[in-house]
Design a protein around this ligand. Sequence first.
Ligand code: PLP
Length: 387
Amino acid sequence: MTTSGRHFLQIPGPSNVPDSVLHAISMPTIDHRGPDFKELFTHCLTGMAEVFGTSNQVVIYPATGTGGWEAALVNTLSPGDEILCYETGHFSSLWKAMAEKWGLRPTMIAGDWRTGADPEKIREALAADTDHSFKAVCVVHNETSTGVTSRIPEIRAAIDEAAHPALLMVDTISSLGSVDYRHDEWKVDVTVSGSQKGLMLPPGLSFNAISDKALAAHETSTLPKSVWNWTEMLAAGRNGMTPYTPSTNILYGLKESLRLLNEEGLDAVFARHIRFGQATRAAVEAWGLEVLCTNENEHSPVLTAVIMPERHDADALRALILEKFNMSLGAGLSKLQGTVFRIGHLGDLSDLTLAGTLAGVQMGLQLAGVPIRTGGVDAALEILKGT
Ligand code: PLP
């Protein structure tokens, strides 16, 4: 194993944490009931609302994204409620499974794990639901298992066209801070996110952005809620406080990552990720390999899932690349295990880091005896240097 130089963490999250964020996190922990914390937490709440694109107060939990999923469900729904889910991949399936565990009744629109949630299929399902049994529509914005980004504004339009009152809940765990997202403008009711991807933080924070309509649903929702209870989180948050001990040090990091995102400018951050996606796909195409996402409109700017040619194992390739080049790539998840590997290109990433990443993948493919054409890295460099 190469040990000189930095490890290349090119999985699609947790992403690399910038040095200035790590330094911020290493500050001494403070009294979370004191004035300094109040200032810090208020700053984080305001900054996160801007990133979500909402004028409402957001909620920050000391939990990973999975906690944010659960918070979205238990705060708005009641036992036995029907919800409509869309199968985009591994993560949409896990969210649906969680809903079942809570005694909700999800209907899953089947997907092929290569395309995003189809707005037309959602419109049809809602139009057929004339007695408005579905209380929520749950969609994963960026399906991290497949590298496909669903078109949330079109899904919103489909719900409106069907004149259906269901809440729209969106998982932006791997897109927020990397891909354009607008909670208020797109009329999303609950947006769930996490700290360890576009926000360039370690795992450990999750978020809910909440519409007025979701707040109204919260008033009548009867699923049990304690740790996740919005009423308590929002009331404490108004005073810059939390109802229980927060992840103080990760919040220091959040303040710094918000500063970094604002310094670059969110639009520039989004454009950078789009370019990284284009460069990576150019490399994959030049190698003669296939990208998992089949819809030109839905390629993820955050990661690229690559299909291994038959009789070659993606996990063996990843192990070889880790061993030879000290780089971690994302595994294929559940039914994609062994047949797909994922290149993360999100967060604290420069053109040269991506070039190095793709060089490592190209060398790894060659060493593993995978039949590829050379020139993938050059194709990516053309895109990186062109803009
Ligand atoms: N949803 C998506 C799209 C994800 O990528 C992940 C994690 O990678 C999750 C949900 C689960 O979040 P966590 O692992 O932070 O609990």
